[in-house]
Design a protein around this ligand. Structure first.
Ligand code: ATP
Ligand code: MG
Length: 446
């Protein structure tokens, strides 16, 4: 299986270089978490790193070389080996300029948080922990290395990284660090969107997203990272709700059930499901706040927001679909109603049900029984009526053009929609072409 870790470490030792395990990999190992990749720091420069790894015959990548990093496949895992850093940041720059440092101490001083700023000698296992990182790791504390405000000015991405770690690890942000974030939050506006989006996505996928979201709000970072969400704060609701729209949103993100495959889509959908509420809020005849059709307004706003964040197409589509449909309330006792509900969110009824359950978690009434009934009804229809649920018109557009000898046009969509609705409602068997042709002729007046 290629180069072993022992061979790799030995090659650095015998060439007279230092090699330190650092950063996320070391942090995650001490926390007992799996880390996908290993980070090393060395006094060797990028050319020398590449030469050492290359001489061993390890597969190497050089995509990060201008930032001082060489990737190598060692012991079946990707390792990132980075030349000691002495990054200099131009204030307000979108990307850091990289310069190389001359010692591990200088390298560690440039790192963002104490939990990311200790190292372990790869040869001896000796720890170098100049900022109390291991103690902070054990206590669950996010603390900036050095003077927080200055470190956040150097690279405002650290604000979002710190908040993201709070969410990923369930850690608390130390008060001076939090104050430094608050003082510099406006600088988030100078960062590239890609870097911001990556952090927001990691934050939302964390194990304590409530802490991350509350820190975004408390530091004011929300106004620069996700300004579209600010109107939710203090947007009061009616007696069915325990919180304002923001508090309800955070509770929904916290409550939604997920699996590794559904985590991203469900958390984002929970975050955005009530995005339309502040814009449509009105006073109803009974004097209560109403949010008529907020799901439609919300889906529009969510689409625009996710577009701005450059969310992948497929995820954007699914998330906005869930936002648009989250108020659907079919009658679980009526198959026709449940079928229509499922067909309106193709392949997504489980995600939608998870969102509806989570949405209800901070309402003042309990709707679990309704959701259980709806879930059983969906399960039954899915297993017994899979064909019908696809609701495909038995006739294609080409079939219809040939049948009526007529130019293609909007009439095709009208006929096909009618036919697929009939399949869905059980009035037409899936694939029954003769019956579909009879219906089509009638619709076309022939
Ligand atoms: P993960 O890989 O889980 O996102 P990580 O901490 O490993 O978390 P990386 O971006 O892989 O994050 O960075 C590796 C290490 O580089 C960090 O642990 C930290 O020591 C340092 N680092 C990364 N980004 C910055 C930054 N913006 N400022 C200072 N140090 C940083
Ligand atoms: Mg990493």
């Amino acid at each position: 299986m290629g180069v072993t870790r022992e061979q790799f470490i030995e090659a650095f030792r015998s060439s007279g270089h230092e090699l330190w395990l650092v950063g996320g990999a070391l942090r995650d190992r001490l926390l007992g978490l799996d880390s996908k990749d290993l980070d090393y720091s060395t006094d060797a420069d990028p050319d020398a790193i590449e030469a050492i790894a290359g001489a061993l015959g390890a597969p190497v990548t050089t995509v990060g070389k201008r930032f001082g990093t060489i990737g190598a496949l060692v012991g079946g895992e990707w390792s990132e080996i980075t030349a000691f850093r002495g990054d200099t940041y131009r204030d307000g720059s979108r990307w850091p300029d990289v310069t190389f440092g001359s010692s591990i101490e200088e390298d560690l001083a440039r790192r963002d948080f104490t939990i990311n700023a200790f190292a372990e000698d790869a040869f001896t296992g000796r720890k170098l922990d100049l900022y109390g990182g291991e103690a902070d790791l054990r206590a669950g504390i996010i603390r900036a290395v050095g003077e927080p405000e200055r470190r956040f000015r150097e690279d405002p991405l650290r604000i979002l990284r710190g908040i993201r770690f709070a969410s990923q690890l369930g850690f608390a942000i130390e008060p001076d660090t939090l104050a430094g974030m608050e003082a510099t939050a406006g600088l988030i506006a100078t960062l590239s969107q890609e870097r911001v989006t990556t952090e927001l996505d990691k934050l939302l996928r964390g194990k304590a997203p409530r802490d991350g979201l509350e820190s975004l709000r408390a530091t004011g970072a929300l106004a620069f990272a996700l300004p579209e969400l600010v109107p939710m704060i203090g947007c009061e609701q009616n007696r069915f709700h325990r919180f304002d729209v923001w508090g309800h949103t955070v509770a929904t993100v916290d409550a939604i059930a997920t699996t590794p495959e559904t985590l991203r889509v469900r958390r984002w959908a929970a975050l955005l499901h009530d995005l339309g509420k502040p814009a449509v809020r009105h006073v109803k005849a009974n004097g209560e706040w109403g949010f008529y059709r907020h799901e439609t307004a919300g889906a529009e706003l969510a689409g625009t927001l996710l577009e701005r964040l450059r969310m992948a197409r497929q995820d954007l589509h699914t998330i906005t679909l869930l936002v648009r449909r989250h108020m659907d309330r079919p009658d679980p006792g009526e198959s026709r109603s449940v079928r229509r509900y499922m067909a309106k969110s193709p392949g997504r009824w489980r995600d939608l049900l998870a969102l509806k359950r989570a949405d209800n978690a901070s309402h003042t009434y309990d709707d679990a029984e309704y959701h259980d009934l709806l879930e059983s009804a969906c399960e039954r229809i899915e297993s017994e009526e899979a064909d019908r649920l696809k609701a495909e018109s038995p006739l294609t557009g080409d079939d219809l053009v040939a049948m009526f000898d007529r130019e293609p046009g909007p009439w095709i969509r009208v006929v096909k929609e009618r036919l697929s609705a009939m399949v869905l409602d059980g009035e037409l068997a899936p694939g029954d072409r003769p019956a579909a042709e009879r219906v089509a002729r009638k619709l076309m007046g022939r």
